[in-house]
Each structure stands twice: as C-alpha cells, then as structure tokens.
Ligand binder design. Structure first.
Ligand SMILES: [Zn+2]
Length: 539
C-alpha cells in the first residue's frame, strides 16, 4: 500500500490521484515537462501557466557539468532549475541507452540526487529496448534489480538516519525525504516485464516507471506497448503510481491512462518544435504544411498558420502550442474519468491512427483484467465503435448472467416494438434485448450499463456478443421457456441460428428512440416511457 499516493476517482484502470512529494502534492494523471539544464526554450518558472505541477530533469547532465554540479550542490536543484514545485530527476539511464556507457556508479547518482534535493530520484537502471534477445534482456534485468535493491537500501538508511536526527532535535538534511522510483524493464518479453513488476512491488518503491518503451512509441508499435503496460500493471501493487517513461504525445495519453499509467514526461513539446512539428491530440503536423491552425490556445488564437510559419521565434511558439495541447488533453482525460467516460475518449483517440486501432483491440484483449479495476456504476455507456462490445462493462454482464434465475414463460424483446401479436401480460418475465449486452430484466432498463446509448444498426460484433450472452442465459435457466422477438435488422449472424435452436423466435417490428425501424415516418415513442410504449404496441 502506497503511503504517498491517494486514489480519488477511477475509470477502467485509470485513476485521478494525489501524489505527495517533498515539494507539494501533484494531481495525477499529469505530464512532467522535461527541462534540459543546458537549454531552456520555455523558462521553468512559466510552466505552471501551462498546467504543469511537476517537472523532470536529468541529474546525470547536472552531475557531469562542473558548474551545474557545484551550483546544484550549493543551492539545491530547485534554485538551479528555477521552479519551487516538485522535480523528478532521471539518472543517466537515457544516456546509457544512447551512448552505451556513463561515467557514474548507481550509488553515486543516488547520493547526488539526494544531495541536490530531488523530489523523486531514479536509480541507474539498464534500459533494455524492444526486441533484445531474451537472455540478454534477462541478464540486464538482473543487473537492474541489483541496482534497485542497492538504491532501496541506501535511501532507507538515509531515511532512518534522518528520523534519528529529527528525534535528537538535529537539523533536517536535504534529500532525506526523497521518493524513490523503481524502473521496470524486460524489453518486449512480457514474462520478464511481469517478473520485473513483481520484484519492484516487493521492494516498496514510491513510483514505478515503465522503462525503455520510447522505441515502441516512435515506431507506432502501440499494440505491443499496450501488452507491455498490461503485463506490468497486472503484477504491480495497484496503489503505486506508474510513470510511462518517455511518453509525451497527447494522442496516446487516454489509452495509457485507461491502462493505469499516472505520470508521463514530455520532451516532445521541445523536440517536436525544434523539428517544426505541431502536436495535436489526434496526431502531428509539419507546421509548414498547415493552412489553418486547428487549436484555440494563446499561440494559435493570435496567429495564422502563415504568421506562425514566418515568425522569428517559430520554435518557441511551436513549443508553447505543443505544451498547451499536451495539458489540455490531460484535463480532458481527468474530466472523462470524473464523468465515467474514459473508455469513450479512448475509443475516439484510437480512431486517429490505424496502429492506435490495433492498440484498442489489444486493450480489449485485457478486458478481463480491466473489469476488475472498473467501477460497477458509471454514467451512460456510449457505444462509440464496433469494438465497444468488448468493453469491460459488457464482459462483466456476461460473467453475471448466472445471477439471473428465471422461471415460467419468459419473453425477450426489444424495448420498443409492435406487430408481434404477443402480450407482455401472458409472460412471467420480460427481458429486453439490447446489443452488445443481450437480454436483461426490463426493470433494469434505466440502470447502468443497460441505459446505454447504442447504434440503431448494431455492428456484427456487438450483435454476436448480445446473442451469445442471451444463449448463455437461456442455457443457465433450463426450467424456463423462452420466446425471442426478433427485430428486422442485422440478424443475419451465424450466432443467430444457434439462438433459434434453444428458444422460440418470432418476428417483431423493432422501434428505436429515433424512429421506426421499418417505417421512417412512424410516430416516435417517448424515450423511457414504458407504460406508453406498451399501450401503443400493436400486439
Ligand atoms: Zn495551439
């Protein structure tokens, strides 16, 4: 159980949390803008205006440059950077992944991070990129775990010493209360990622970064990214905040949050700006190819695409725009969690790119696990894609079918229909049929998730899920006699012929909240007015 992270609201595996650091509380999910100690395109003192609550910089760069090192040791990291809120520091692992070697030992960088007053320090882990041979990835993970164990011990010793000092009335030493991150490695080998997560959980780290995933994101391998995150999360203490190291593009934030990531870091705002790239929540544009600016941030509100392209400070303007849209997406995600609408946002974002669609399919391969994290009651379920039938809420209903006990004559029908020649009063129970859920008791129609807004013409996947659930419900209740009223649309599914084997099927004329399925000019029903619906139905 985390002592510094409080989870306030949840949706899917996503959460709004409060992370307590030595320099204040941070609301998650959030992005940490990366500050290069040598080069500042936007001054850190301005970062709060964009929405930043915490920054990240690199302790190895500071350690390696004598003038920065001296200033940091003398005045502390926060004065060096010029930001009085929480600051996380990376350890040199990134340099290790790029240059293959660094000139510092694990215990030295931990001691340095503490000495300069870092809020969240990172040990010198070995970043093992994707597609590395299994034996090598396992070897490197072993080294990473040894270093994490050492870091955990060093930080614990210093915390205990500090507690002793406080008890003896001595002055507090800078860095005594540093939080420690325990990076998770293992390349694209999911069993190694799972082992790494279990190991890190056992050592009680304050924050768990998922490392070395940048190459997956750079090459749009989002499906594999989903599987890596899921392998980690399923084996990690769920109360610990998770940092998706190197993830800074807003297009994939909602997806990663739905999988349970709480922290991101963005060097992208500056790096993309340097390359003339304009970030949006749906993808990236080359700024020079834009004819219009699809954004209302303070930069885009006072510029045209042309004036932005010609501006002398184009790079800075692009960096500012990139940061604004980055934090706008974070706020949108937090509101979606608050509203119980995170999955709708994830589906929307995943339609931005074919590889993101693959990621959505991969996400729903983990619905069984997502369902264990997802709140049972939310606001209205919106069927936003053909994939919605694979959402955890639908899976949950299929697992709960055995709770429904039915006897006598049972009618399964669309909520609104007529011309079937049947009377509800002739049946012991009435069930409504609604894709992607299937048949459910009519009394639950106003309850979540059966109050779902669904497509008039269900996708084949959604219909088949509903039919499979209905067949299962009939099989679970062998003493009841079922009659199924079939709407006229989209029933040419192979699963439907299975339903015909287990119950009587008659044709009805389904009506929707938006009109008659058969006749566009038919009189509309009043949504939710069941009495009126039944009276008007032509039995
Ligand atoms: Zn903008």
């Amino acid at each position: 159980m985390s002592r510094i992270f409080e989870i306030i609201e949840k949706d899917a595996a996503g959460r709004i949390g409060r992370l307590k650091t030595p320099h204040g509380i941070v609301e998650t999910p959030t992005v940490m803008p990366v500050i290069n100690p040598n080069l500042r395109i936007i001054d850190p003192s301005e970062m709060r205006e964009f929405g930043a609550e915490i920054l990240i910089t690199n302790s190895y760069i500071i350690y390696s440059k004598p003038e920065l090192k001296e200033k940091a040791l003398q005045n502390g990291l926060h004065e060096l950077i010029g930001f009085d809120g929480p600051i996380m520091t990376d350890s040199g692992s990134f340099q290790l992944s790029v240059y293959g070697d660094v000139n510092v030992e694990n215990h030295e960088i931990i001691a340095f991070e503490q000495a300069i007053g870092t809020d969240i320090g990172v040990p010198l882990d070995i970043p093992t990129g994707p597609d590395v041979r299994y034996e090598q990835a396992a070897d490197e993970l072993k080294t990473t775990n040894e270093r994490l164990t050492e870091a955990r011990r060093l930080v614990e010793e210093r915390r205990n010493k500090a507690a002793g000092n406080v008890a003896a009335g001595l002055e507090k030493i800078r860095g005594d209360d540093m939080l420690l991150a325990g990076p998770i490695q293992g390349s694209t080998h999911l069993d190694l990622r799972a082992k790494s997560a279990a190991f890190v959980s056992g050592l009680d780290f304050d924050v768990c970064p998922i490392g070395a995933v940048v190459p997956l994101m750079e090459s749009y391998r989002y499906e594999e990214l989903v599987n890596v995150i899921a392998a980690v999360k399923k084996n990690l203490d769920p109360t610990v905040p998770v940092h998706l190291f190197g993830a800074g593009h807003p297009m994939m934030f909602a997806l990663a949050v739905a999988l349970g990531c709480d922290l991101f870091d963005s060097a992208a705002y500056a790096l993309y700006a340097k390359g003339g790239r304009y970030i949006t929540e749906n993808g990236t544009y080359q700024a020079d190819r834009l004819k219009y600016l699809p954004c209302t941030c303070p930069v885009c509100s006072v510029n045209t695409a042309e004036s932005l392209q010609k501006a002398a400070n184009k790079e800075e303007l692009l960096a500012r725009h990139n940061l604004y849209v980055t934090f706008q997406e974070i706020r949108r995600i937090k509101q979606a969690i608050h509203d119980g609408k995170l999955m709708e946002l994830v589906e929307l974002r995943c339609h931005s790119h074919p590889q993101m669609m693959g990621a959505l399919s991969a996400l729903y391969q983990h619905s069984e696990w997502l369902e264990t994290c997802d709140p049972a009651v939310k606001s209205t379920f919106f069927e936003c894609s053909a994939e919605s039938g694979k959402r955890p809420e639908v899976l949950r209903y299929s697992k709960r079918l055995e709770r429904l006990t039915l006897f006598g004559n049972v009618l399964i029908r669309p909520q609104k229909y007529h011309k079937s020649g049947l009377k509800d009063s002739d049946f012991d129970s009435i069930l409504y049929f609604k894709p992607p859920f299937g048949a459910y008791p009519s009394e639950m129609d106003e309850n979540y998730p059966f109050n779902a807004e669904i497509q008039n013409t269900p996708s084949i996947g959604s219909l088949e899920t509903a039919l499979s659930n209905t067949i299962e419900l009939i099989r679970l209740n062998p003493d009841a006699k079922f009659t199924f009223v079939k709407g006229k649309r989209a029933f040419d599914s192979v699963v439907f012929s299975e339903l015909e084997k287990v119950c009587a099927v008659i044709s009805g004329n389904e009506k929707t909240e938006y009109g008659d399925a058969e006749n566009e000019n038919a009189e509309n029903e009043v949504p939710g007015n069941e009495e009126a619906d039944n009276e008007n139905a032509e039995f």
